[in-house]
Design a binder for this molecule. Structure first.
Ligand SMILES: Nc1nc(=O)c2c([nH]1)NC[C@@H]1CN(c3ccc(C(=O)N[C@@H](CCC(=O)O)C(=O)O)cc3)CN21
Ligand SMILES: CC(C)C(=O)C(=O)O
Ligand SMILES: [Mg+2]
Length: 281
C-alpha cells in the first residue's frame, strides 16, 4: 500500500508502517501519538488494527505476563519470544522492544550485541534502553550499527533498588534543567525519541520543548509528543491498586471473571455443551 493511502483498517491515512520518521513528523507538526505495550500476537493484532502508532514490547512482561515482582528477572531470550510474537501481528505499528536488565549495562559492545539480537531474531524495529547520558556511547554504537534507540529517563524500573522504589523523578529546583541536559545528551548521541516515566508534567513539557526529537510520557503530563501505557492497566486486567498515571478504558478483569464463572457453572450443570455444540453421527 502506498504511503498515506486509506488503510483497510486502522486510522485513515495511516502510513503503511509507522517508522521513526513518522514519530518525528508528529513532533514537527505538533501532533500527539499513542503507544501501548503488547507481549503477544493477539493483543498486538487488535492494537495494530485500532490504529496504534507504536507498540512497546516492555520488560514489564516480567510483571504482567510472567508474574515476577519486578522487571529485573526477565532475560533477553524471553524478550525475544514476546517480541517476535508481537512483530508477527503488527502490520502498521512500529515495534519497539526493551533491552532487559543485564543485557546492556556492561559496555556499548554488550548493549549493541543485544540490540542486534532483538533485530535479527525478533525483527523489532527499534530498541528502548533505560538510563541517561552515561549510555550515550551505547546509543552511538547501536545507531551506527543500524538500530534506532529510544531512551528512557525519569523513573527507570530496572534501577528501582537504587532509586528507592516507585518514585517521581525530577522534582526540585534545578531538576528541569538537569532533565533537559540529560535528554539533550541522549538526543545528541542519536536517540530518535526520549521516553519519560513519572516526571512532573511541567518538567516533561520543558524537555519536549527543548528537544528536536519526539518525547513519550507515562505519568509525565500531556505535553509530551506521545503517550504510553501498559495494556493490562488501561484495559483493567491487572488486579490491585493502579498507579496514578493510569486511565482505565475498560474493565476486562470483570468481563473475563464473569465469563469464566458462567462457563464453570454451565459445565457443572450440564447446560454446556448444548446439542448445537456437538456433532451428529
Ligand atoms: N502493570 C504495570 N504498569 C506499569 O506502568 C509498569 C509495570 N507494570 N512494570 C514496570 C514498570 C513499573 N512501573 C510502575 C509501577 C508501579 C507504580 C506505582 O505504583 N506508582 C504509584 C505510587 C507512586 C508514588 O509512591 O509516588 C502511583 O500512584 O503512581 C509506578 C510505576 C511502571 N511500569
Ligand atoms: C512502562 C513502559 C514505559 C515500559 O518500559 C515497560 O512497559 O516495560
Ligand atoms: Mg520497560
Amino acid at each position: 500500500m502506498a504511503e498515506n493511502e486509506t488503510a483497510p483498517y486502522g486510522t485513515p491515512k495511516a502510513p503503511s508502517r509507522y517508522r521513526t520518521v513518522h514519530l518525528q513528523q508528529a513532533k514537527d507538526e505538533g501532533r500527539h501519538f499513542a503507544m501501548l505495550t503488547a507481549y503477544d500476537f493477539q493483543m498486538a493484532q487488535i492494537f495494530d488494527q485500532a490504529g496504534i502508532e507504536t507498540i512497546l514490547v516492555g520488560d514489564s512482561a516480567a510483571n504482567n505476563v510472567m508474574g515476577h515482582a519486578t522487571t529485573l528477572p526477565i532475560t533477553l531470550d524471553e524478550m525475544i519470544v514476546f517480541a517476535s510474537s508481537v512483530v508477527r501481528a503488527a502490520q502498521h505499528a512500529m515495534v519497539v522492544c526493551d533491552l532487559p536488565f543485564g543485557s546492556y549495562e556492561l559496555s556499548p559492545e554488550q548493549g549493541t550485541a543485544s540490540a542486534i539480537r532483538l533485530v535479527k531474531e525478533a525483527s523489532v524495529h527499534a530498541v528502548k534502553m533505560e538510563g541517561g547520558s552515561r549510555y550515550a556511547e551505547h546509543i552511538r554504537m547501536m545507531t551506527a550499527a543500524g538500530v534506532p534507540v529510544m531512551a528512557h529517563i525519569g523513573f527507570t524500573p530496572q534501577s528501582e533498588n537504587v532509586l528507592g522504589g516507585y518514585r517521581v523523578q525530577g522534582r526540585g529546583d534545578d531538576a528541569a534543567a538537569r532533565m533537559i541536559q540529560e535528554a539533550t545528551a541522549l538526543q545528541d548521541a542519536g536517540a530518535f525519541c526520549v521516553l519519560m516515566e513519572m516526571v512532573p508534567s511541567e518538567v516533561a513539557r520543558q524537555v519536549d520543548e527543548a528537544l528536536r526529537v519526539p518525547t513519550i510520557g507515562i505519568g509525565a503530563g500531556n505535553a509530551t509528543t506521545g503517550q504510553v501505557l501498559v495494556w493490562q492497566d488501561m484495559l483493567g486486567l491487572r488486579s490491585g491498586k493502579m498507579p496514578r498515571f493510569v486511565k482505565q478504558y475498560a474493565d476486562l478483569r470483570s468481563v473475563v471473571h464473569d465469563a469464566v464463572t458462567s462457563y464453570v457453572q454451565e459445565v457443572r450443570s450440564g447446560a454446556f455443551p448444548a446439542p448445537e455444540h456437538g456433532f451428529e453421527s
